[in-house]
Each structure stands twice: as C-alpha cells, then as structure tokens.
Design a protein around this ligand. Sequence first.
Ligand code: GLN
Length: 536
Amino acid sequence: MSNTKYVFVTGGVTSSLGKGIIAASLAKLLQQRGFTVTIQKLDPYINIDPGTLNPYEHGECYVTDDGAETDLDLGHYERFLNIPTSQANNVTTGKIYQSVINKERKGVFLGKTVQVIPHITDEIKRRIQILGDTGDYDIVITEIGGTVGDIESLPYVESVRQMLWEKGEENAIVIHLTLIPYLAAAGELKTKPTQHSVKMLMQSGVSPNILVCRTEHEISDDIKRKLALFCNVKKEDVIQSIDAETIYDVPNLMLAEGLDEVVLKKFNLSSEQQPELKVWNEFLKKHKNPTSKVEIALIGKYIELQDSYKSITEAFIHAGSSNETKVKVRWIHSESLTVENIENKLKGVNGILVAPGFGDRGIDGKIKAVQFARENKIPFFGICLGMQMAVIEFSKNVLGLTDAFSTEMKKECKNPVINLMESQKEVTEKGGTMRLGAWDCNVSKNSKAYNAYQSEFISERHRHRYEFNNEYLEAIESAGLKATGVNPKTGLVEVVEIPTHPWFVGVQYHPEYKSTVLNPHPLFVDFIKAALKQSK
Ligand code: GLN
C-alpha cells in the first residue's frame, strides 16, 4: 500500500465556483514545496467522456497524451502543474457503470445482486486509488464535479465518506468550496447557504475539514468564527477565496490565506520549504505589465460560449506574457462572415486564428477568413479544422481547383483535398474513435514551425477523423503551400505553411493543449510575435 494522501474537493451552493482552479492552485503550492501531486476530476454525468458532447454543453473537450477526451478542468491542471494528465485523471459515471456492467456480464459478481452500494462505490474508490497506487504521488487531489445535494453526486459523496473512514483523518480530507453571497441591500455577506450545504454533506456522513469561501468582499474574522461554529471546522480552516483579476493569481491568494499549510498540518506533513513561485510570478508580472498590445481575431462557431476555446485563450495568455504583450481576442462567429462585411469585421486585427470544429456550419466564413489573411499578409494560424480550411482555400483560390473541399462537408466532392483517414473508414461508433492523443511529427528545417520549435522532432495531441489528401501534395506544394511537418510513419501531413507569407501556419494537431504557464507553446509564442511585428 502506498502512503499517498487524498484531498477531496467538493462544491456547495452553486456550480461555477472554480473548484478546478482551487484544486490546481493548492496542487501548485504543494508541488512548489517539493511534493509530487496530481489532480483527478470525477464527473457525475452518464456520458462515457465529453468527446460526444457539443461544446455548448460543457465547453472545450480537452485531450491528454494518451488520448483521453476529458473535461476542460484537466487543461487547468496541466497548465498549472506543468505535468501531463492521463486517462486515469478523468472519471465519469458512464465509465463507472460501464466497468461494473461489463463485470456483471462476465459473471465476476458470482450471482450476487449488483447494487450502487457496494459495487458502484467500490468502482469509484478503485478509480480514485489508481493514481495513488502508482506510487508516483505524495498527494492526489480529487475534484468531485457538480454541487453537493445533486442526486447524481450521491454515490461519489458516499465513496468519499468510505475512503475518509478507511484511510483515517491523517490520510484523507475534504475541502468544501462554497459561496458566501453579498446582499447589497443589506450590505452584508451571508453564511446561511454555506451552513445549509455543509449540513447537506453531513447528512451523507461527510464533515468537511476545510472550507474555502468564494466571495466578492473580504470575509471578516467574525464571519469566519460564525462559519467555523456552524460548520464544525476550526476558524483557521476557513479560507477566503476572493474574486481574482486572473485565475493565475489564485495560487498566490491561497498562499496568503495559508491553504497549503492548513492541508499539510492535517496530514501531519512538514515542509521547511516555502512554495517556490519565482518563475510563476515572473510570468504574472509580464502578463500584468505588457509593453505592447495585439488584437487577434478568433474565428469559430461556438463563440457564444467562450469556454469552448479555453485552451486556445489560455495559450494566448501564456504566449502574450512571454512576448510582454497584451493579447486581445476579437471573437468572430464564422457564420457571420460574408464577402460584404469581412473587411470591416477583420479591420485592424494583427492576426487571425481559425479554430477547430466539426461539421459544415460556418465553414464558408472560415474559408473567407483564411483567404483574407493570406491575401492581406496578416499572420494566420489554423488549428485542426482551421488547417483543413487553409488547405481548401489554397486549393480553390491559388491552385484553381474550384471544387476542392473536405469529404466531411461534401461527401461527393470532385477534389477531396481533405479526406477521411483510411483508418476511419471502418469506424461506425462516434465515442472515442477519432485519431486521438500524441503522435510524432518530423519538422523540416527552414520552416516557420522549425523556427518556433527549434527542433525537428515534436509530438503533439490530436483529435480528428479527416486528413490532408496526399494525392494532392505535389500540386499543392508546387503552387506554394508547403507541408513542413509530417508523421514519420504514415506520411500524414501535420503542418502546412506558405513560406512567402509573413506567418501562415496550419496544424492538424492541437498545440493549445500543451501550452502551460512554465512552457508557453512555441507556435503560439511565434504567432503572437508575428502579430506584434504586423502591428508595428
Ligand atoms: N472535423 C475535422 C476532422 O475531424 C477537424 C477536427 C478538429 O478541428 N478537431 O478531421
């Protein structure tokens, strides 16, 4: 048995309080004190993974190196901790039930009645301990999705209760993140909703060890005392989490509040060392004190919910800081772009990013945006579908293949410059069947990509079914769009560029997933650099 300590993070009162950011901030502080930490998210929905969810439902689908399609919180974990997550870091009710039902069909339960308790809760506990049992982590932080009181969270809360009992106080604790609303009319912060949500947890046999209180205003000592008294915690275990200017301030705010110290004390762990936040704070300083500014148009079809592009906007923040530049995003709905308005809508932008996506809604606008960037020599970055649209635009308007398209949108098109991958032709199921996760790519020297990466060998994460059709490679290259990144085994084109353009790069993969505070993604850094040059 490993000595891993477990921290459970639950949420009370409302959703969207930022459990993921609190978990990531605590993990960061513990990591910078020298502990090995990972974070896991348990999602109470019945989908096996968010891969089949429309981005409007839950925002972006994040992808790990080992090809898991996950909740966007895993992106925060990686951006904060700078270490990769994996399949084991995101568990859903769908996955839990799937394994229990598969076992039942195999007869593993030997004629017993299969029930939520113990079979579902045992499977939840097994999934929680998979990470701890690797022996790689001193501390595993498990974030329970949803809000305490939701029917679908009950088996998770029960599993937490059992684990607290099995592991003992020194090895497992609960942090309850809650909201302290401010009533302007009364001029008061209110503790009652928190009292109720803690009571609700207690009805399930779980008594939180630490309260983290989201608030718009400073919480006084009196309020802390009151919360402590009514919620069964010590006053020093009531931690304020005041609204921050940026999510990247939260580790410092939690440090000032002593969240990491309180946690270590509960575990009887000592650490002489204070968290080492030098590089983190250099990033923050540059982020908050930019010396210049660029504006980037983000062309996508899910822009009503900006969380759909979470990793891209965070990658802009990392790359902006590294260029000491403020990156302003101009959100443009691809469906809204027409020949008549495009000039107006894109006037003054210093760079254009055409976003990933699926299906044909808004496709024409994406193609027009590529053309605008290409013809007006504005830095262009195409990601996944954005890269495919760049290939189509170039084939149509430069190569003269007027009917060039992708078979995703036009099954019968005459010149399928983007085509379904051979390996996808037999695939009938939607979930988890794309080309997913990290694949190698060889980068040609003398390319913008090489210039950015400073390496000929890279590995990036993918999530797609369609690809550059190599039957057109020669024609497209001789017309001036070069394939500068290729999968060494399959020959699949991963990067395309126009060498005569100031910065025109399309990538079949998703570089945004690998951008972190400590390692801003080289292509984003270079794209912002090019935009900065354009702005001058
Ligand atoms: N729809 C395209 C494909 O499946 C692009 C996917 C994406 O942008 N992630 O290939």
